[in-house]
Write a new protein. Structure first.
Length: 388
């Protein structure tokens, strides 16, 4: 068994394994993926019997974490040939990739799991739940927000609209979230091409030529809307644009009666479903990205247990930094407690509170440590809707 990271020129060799395992993906999507995404991603493989029999891909993303921009990677296309499963190949790939990301000082990595149980043994935990709803578009159903359908136009974005789309997001939405992918023109160019590969696109809502809303859509299996972002007062304009779109995308000339909406607005009825798991990779870089409020100082120390990335298994001191809200992180000797890496991840992303943390197996914590950790602002406002 050989575990290695492929050279960029070798990335195309993994396409046949993708086609074998992920049979739901179309040739058009894979043409897009292997032409665009594999230009700058990393692919780890297990080779045996002279062939690639397992793979894991890391797609790079630059993330905003509070006030800083940090490198990250989306883990995708974790796949093993059927006859080689059950031999620990995925675990070997994950361990290699995680330790390489530590060297690159990646604060955390993330993925959309096929099943939660696959990744919990490797200390991945859910950090983001997405609201997923079904919107009736069969009739003139209003949003219920008391808005009016304005004199708006609805068109598909072209790649030259990407800079305008990035400016729209960063002007009106970026500050809402503590954690999200950096949205520049390159990001939106890629989104447009990705959606086009799935019989869709990115829809623009304009009023008097000014951009008022954007959303991605796909029409491979019914009409699916991804991440609608529009200004207050344009709720019914959004519904009207989806209704108009349904008449174009329906199969065999039939209109779609409803649309599935991912990351849908709060006013819509929806299921809040956990979809993104993450794992802290380079712990000191992750902690440095966190904040306290300007009136609060922090000073505490704790030991971390990380069974995969041994460099994280140290005693760490975190204290208020040189600026008003940042944290200084360094190794120390005196510890006020012990925290497993998975429990620390859930705490810092606000998925559990201090009291639940104290009840977790393997956690040791003084009252002082509990009080100091409580002061750190948790990353509860996460927005990670990336598909690949």
């Amino acid at each position: 068994m050989i575990v290695r990271r492929l050279e960029q020129s070798e990335h195309g060799k993994t396409r046949s394994l993708w086609e074998e395992v992920f049979t739901e993906d179309t040739s058009a999507f894979l043409d897009y993926y292997y032409y665009i995404k594999t230009k700058d991603n990393q692919i780890y493989v297990v080779e045996e019997d002279g062939q690639i029999c397992s793979m894991l891909q890391l797609n790079p993303y630059l993330l905003k974490i509070e006030e800083s921009e940090r490198p990250s990677a989306y883990i995708i296309a974790v796949a093993t040939k059927e006859e080689y499963r059950g031999r620990g190949f995925m675990g070997n790939l994950l361990r290699q990739a995680l330790n390489d990301m530590y060297t690159a000082k990646v604060p955390f990595t993330f993925l959309m799991p096929a099943a939660e149980a696959i990744y919990t043994p490797y200390d991945f935990r859910f950090i983001y739940s997405q609201r997923i709803g079904i919107q009736d578009i069969s009739s003139n159903v209003a949003s219920g927000k008391g808005t009016t359908v304005r004199n708006c136009t609805f068109t598909d974005a072209a790649v030259w609209n990407a800079e305008e789309m990035a400016a729209f997001f960063n002007s009106y939405f970026a500050d809402v979230w503590q954690v999200h992918a950096i949205r520049d023109s390159s990001y939106y160019q890629t989104m447009i091409m990705e959606q086009q590969s799935e019989r869709g696109g990115v829809r623009l809502i304009r009023e008097n030529g000014d951009l008022k809303g954007i959303y991605a859509y796909a029409a491979e299996d019914g009409l699916e809307i991804r991440e609608p972002l529009y200004l207050p007062g344009y709720e019914d304009a959004f519904i009207s644009s989806v209704r108009e779109l349904a008449g174009v995308t329906g199969e065999s000339g039939k209109r779609c009666e409803s649309a599935k909406i991912y990351a849908c607005p709060e006013y819509m009825s929806a299921e809040n479903k956990p979809i993104i798991m993450a794992r802290v990779v380079c712990l000191p870089e992750f902690l440095k990205a966190l904040k306290t409020d300007s009136k609060t100082s922090v000073d505490c120390s704790f030991a971390v247990i990380d069974p995969i990335i041994y460099q994280n298994s140290r005693v760490w001191r975190i204290a208020s930094g040189v600026d008003e809200t940042g944290l200084d992180v360094r190794e120390t000797e005196d510890s006020e407690g012990v925290l497993p890496i998975d429990a620390l991840t859930e705490l810092m992303f606000g998925r559990i509170g201090i009291q639940e943390l104290q009840r977790r197996e393997g956690v040791i914590m003084t009252e002082h440590l509990a009080g100091e950790l409580e002061k750190i602002i948790k990353l509860t406002k996460v927005f990670l809707n990336e598909v690949v």
